[in-house]
Design a protein around this ligand. Sequence first.
Ligand SMILES: [Zn+2]
Length: 253
Amino acid sequence: MGNKGLTIVPLDLGTVTGIDKSIFTLRENQGVKVDVPCLAWVIKGGEKTLLVDTGPCDAQWAARYHRPLAKRPDQELDQALAKIGMPAGEIELVIFTHLHWDHCFNLEWLPAATFFVQQSELAYALDPLPADRKAYEAGLPGIQPPWQGIGDRLKTVEGDREVIPGVRVIHLPGHTPGSQGVVVETAQGPWVIAGDTVPLYENWDQDEDSRKIPGGIYQNLFDYEASLGRLIAVGGHVLPSHDPRVTERTLFP
Ligand SMILES: [Zn+2]
């Protein structure tokens, strides 16, 4: 069952510049510097319009707490949504693949939205290990994570669940404890927005032995490998979270 008319529109919300590629490909490509987009996704054609992830903070904040980020005005979330004919104020549902800084900012543009995150992700984000505090902007003096400003509009999900007909979340722990993917039923079968479980296309389909390559940032590598296995079992096409090639298209499938 499910709505077969669903489509996915990628949003390019800024470019992380000069990042070491080994951040995305575990134990490979050390010293190779790349520029990568921070992607979000709009799922169109369903009974409600859905946004998956909300992009990074502004460039100044990123430079101070995270990494160099280049962001044009038209890469602000509200402008990027307006450009595809989707007023930010009308977005009803948002799914966070996880709560790292480059996936969950700009919530002030989404006053009408309800937000979904895995329970295990929220629990960890509230009290991460010291090494993960910056990525979550949690547990640091003087700042608080952006999602703490949306109160009870932030809802938790445990495990796999249908969000609207034709769209379901699947728990993909590994990159973070509560990472999740979003499976979208399209006219061409399932397309999966994988979050940082698959940051680049080459994590998924470039290895000569068709081995899947985990990203270089992980909280639990056993869970990560099992989640890659889950994605294989789902089948269909995988959409990576930071691959520049995504921006060559305006619509999937
Ligand atoms: Zn991440």
